[in-house]
Design a protein around this ligand. Sequence first.
Ligand SMILES: [Zn+2]
Length: 266
Amino acid sequence: MAVCKSCQVEIQDDEFIRNWRVCPTCGHHHRLASLEWATLLFDDGRWEEKDTPLYATDPLHFVDSKPYKARLQATWDSSGLDDACRNILGTMQSRPVSASILDFFFMGGSMGSVVGEKITRGAERSLELGIPFITVSCSGGARMQEGFYSLMQLVKTSYACGKLRENGVPFISILTDPSTAGVMASFASLGDVIVAEKGALIGFAGPRVIAQTIGGELPEGFQKPEFCQEHGLVDMIVERKDMKETIHRLIGILSDTPTVVGRKKK
Ligand SMILES: [Zn+2]
């Protein structure tokens, strides 16, 4: 039995999974694992994982409440993931698509060297094959345990997404809860189309930090998808039940528009 994090109602496990972890009572969107996103977005059985396994090292010998190496080992053991991103190559309505899907259940979806490398490889695969690229963000930002190596991933992933734009390869960025800090300061805000999931927190610094910094109150709904859409950061807000159809429609439109796609530089 699952319990809704918003309205606390109890939900049968099979109903919760069938409903893609959306509460049937209040509509709260709970986080999906990267594997669930792949299953939701791609054609049934027509996708495979790429670029795995890639494991982080510990170049800084970082220790907070425990050593980074121990934290990694524990997360590898408990999550079954190699890191916080899954790269998928598959089809959506029979059109080939490359995707990089972040996974919050691996250290909060934080972007360290491995996540940066996977997103870069996902984008490069799109460029190489001339097929659309999709990212699904679910991340609190850069991985502090990798310090500057994490920050370098902002540059690296932005460069890879810039190459897509230069070559007319479509890039759709899906923002889920949360999409904050390092990912928003890099690839996640660079999509040709930016799709926010209903209820997602979207922004750079947290609201409390910003309020303290500016010494004032924040506007209502700040960092919610509706606010981001009104201010031009987000193109559309989509409920999870409509996400597959919406993304497939966008892929179709982008792929069928001769001025937009296909098309590596001559
Ligand atoms: Zn609920």
